[in-house]
Design a protein around this ligand. Structure first.
Ligand code: HEM
Ligand code: HEM
Ligand code: SF4
Ligand code: SF4
Length: 437
């Protein structure tokens, strides 16, 4: 029997889509039964009370969560988000309902043993409710009480070999795609870079020193499976500098229909015979591909690495061998200004352990932003306010025609006199002599 009546929430269980209400009810039941005999450290009815308080909020049309209240673990300035309910008498199970962010494994690989340990710990010391994974990438644990925090932290760091994630004005938990571990498109070892930068910048992850949050995300290639270009203040996107490798025999096999295009992903319906002109060449955004007889040609200088042809004909086309990554700065979701995509600041950089060059750039950026960024201003907003050019100077990166603000938009660069050949001093007569009409 449910502890609270929840007619409004019950509406959300109707329809074909998965429902968080059903999920929470299931967890509430499982806790009540307690078949495993867990010695729950927080109220057994936390899930029932969560449903109850949400129902009340729906009825009242306002939230019953209080804002504020700093909680955390000793020595860390983030990783736990404090939550208190303003109706503790009615819903004692969620009087405290803190969220814990846990650093996820790079590429989201789990062993069953690790998953079991995570779940056991969270059933024992928390609500049992998780969100795998949060928007930032973390393992998100929903709802526990203040006395449990140090205990959880001890277990995480001593027995589970992981750590809290980031929250607040600090470096957020870096996230990457599964990279070279499984994906043939990966131009960089995204997992290694993610893990390396997580360790290198741990201090920033745990001790908020920034004007606002800051995220790193790594995509092994421009397919962007973690959407770093839109979701991180600093994104790393794997790229190649040389030519797409072509296996002409396989090209013929695709044309002849022996190999299904798109890795066979469009099976189950007859899409007609594969047409390389229509499906590949005409769709190349830079129009840099053509056929000479039955040989496929690419003018690689024009290729913008959109990945379309490689995705469609993976056995015929492969990423190049001279690989590295591009770095883009300033993506963010709305809040102050509108949403922003990352601006390309470093068109190509080698991306090999120990990533010294990349780390140097990051250090310069952090130092500058901590000094110049306004409170609650994302680095993308700082960049907008003071201009991209200033950021490039801070990073000591030269302005380059490939530096694009966002697709199809050029940044505004305000040159200094000493950077322009001949400076501002020009003789109008000189100009006229070359432009007679
Ligand atoms: C089952 C219910 C819930 C789910 C599935 C859920 C899920 C999430 C997820 C996925 C995030 C993003 C984490 C990230 O960026 O990695 C998040 C953040 C957050 N959640 Fe929840 N949440 C739940 C309940 C709650 C409740 C009850 C509260 C308030 C009492 C709450 C307050 C917040 C806040 C304030 C943040 C953003 C923190 C920040 O970045 O400043 N959540 N939640
Ligand atoms: C019309 C209904 C919905 C639409 C159109 C929709 C659409 C989306 C889209 C486009 C994404 C991003 C997927 C990606 O990363 O590529 C997403 C993510 C997600 N959706 Fe929905 N969604 C819907 C309903 C729901 C419902 C009912 C829930 C749960 C109660 C839900 C929970 C989530 C969660 C947890 C994520 C992942 C967020 C993150 O951690 O990044 N969605 N949804
Ligand atoms: S971003 Fe590229 S390398 Fe990473 S998983 Fe996706 S397709 Fe593979
Ligand atoms: S990756 Fe994109 S731009 Fe480059 S050749 Fe293929 S389709 Fe054209």
């Amino acid at each position: 029997m449910a502890k609270h009546k929840t007619p409004l929430l019950d509406e959300l269980e109707k329809g074909p889509w998965p429902s968080f209400v059903s999920d929470i009810k299931r967890e509430a039941e499982s806790r009540a039964k307690n078949e495993k005999g867990v010695e729950y450290q927080i109220p057994v009815d936390v899930c029932d009370d969560l449903l109850g308080v949400l129902e009340l909020s729906f009825t009242d049309g306002e939230t019953h969560w209080k804002h504020g209240g700093i909680v955390g673990v000793f020595g860390y300035g983030g990783g736990v988000i404090g939550r208190y309910c303003d109706q503790p008498e009615m819903f004692p199970g969620v009087a405290h309902f803190h969220t814990v962010r846990v650093n996820q494994p790079s590429g989201l690989y789990y062993s069953t043993e690790f998953l079991n340990k995570l779940c056991d710990l969270w059933e024992f010391r928390g609500s049992g409710m998780t969100n795998m994974h949060g928007s930032t990438g973390d393992i998100v644990w929903l709802g526990t009480t203040t006395p449990q925090l140090e205990e959880i932290f001890y277990e995480l760091t001593h027995n589970l070999d992981t750590d809290l994630g980031g929250s607040g004005s600090n470096l957020r938990t870096p996230a990457c795609c599964l990279g070279m571990s499984r994906c043939e498109y990966s131009c960089i070892d995204a997992q290694d870079l993610c893990n390396d930068l997580t360790h290198e910048f741990q201090d920033f992850l745990h001790r908020p020193a920034f004007p606002y949050k800051f995220k790193f995300k790594m995509d092994g290639c421009p397919n962007g499976c973690v959407a770093s270009i839109a979701r991180s203040d600093l994104s790393f996107i794997g790229l190649w500098k040389d030519n797409i490798r072509i296996n002409q025999e396989a090209v013929k096999a695709y044309i002849g229909g022996e190999i299904p295009p798109n890795g066979g992903a469009h099976a189950g319906r007859d899409w007609g015979k594969f047409d390389i002109q229509k499906e590949i060449i005409n769709l190349c955004p830079t129009k840099c591909m053509w056929m000479e007889g039955d040989t496929l040609k690419i003018n690689d200088k024009e290729c913008n690495h959109c990945m379309h042809c490689i995705n469609a004909m993976p056995r015929a086309l492969r990423i190049g061998e001279d690989t590295g990554c591009a770095m883009l700065l300033g993506a963010k979701a709305p809040i102050l200004d509108g949403a922003q995509m990352g601006t390309l600041v470093v068109p190509f950089i080698k991306c090999e352990s120990p990533y010294t060059e990349i780390k140097d750039l990051i250090e310069k950026l952090f130092e500058f932003w901590m000094e110049e960024g306004k409170n609650r201003e994302r680095v993308g907003e700082t960049m907008k306010r003071i201009g991209l050019y200033k950021i490039l100077q801070v990073l000591e990166v030269e302005v380059d025609a490939r530096v694009v603000q966002e697709p199809r938009t050029n940044p505004y660069i305000f040159w200094k006199e000493e950077e322009v050949t001949g400076g501002w001093d020009r003789k109008i007569e000189d100009y006229r002599s070359r432009h007679k009409m």
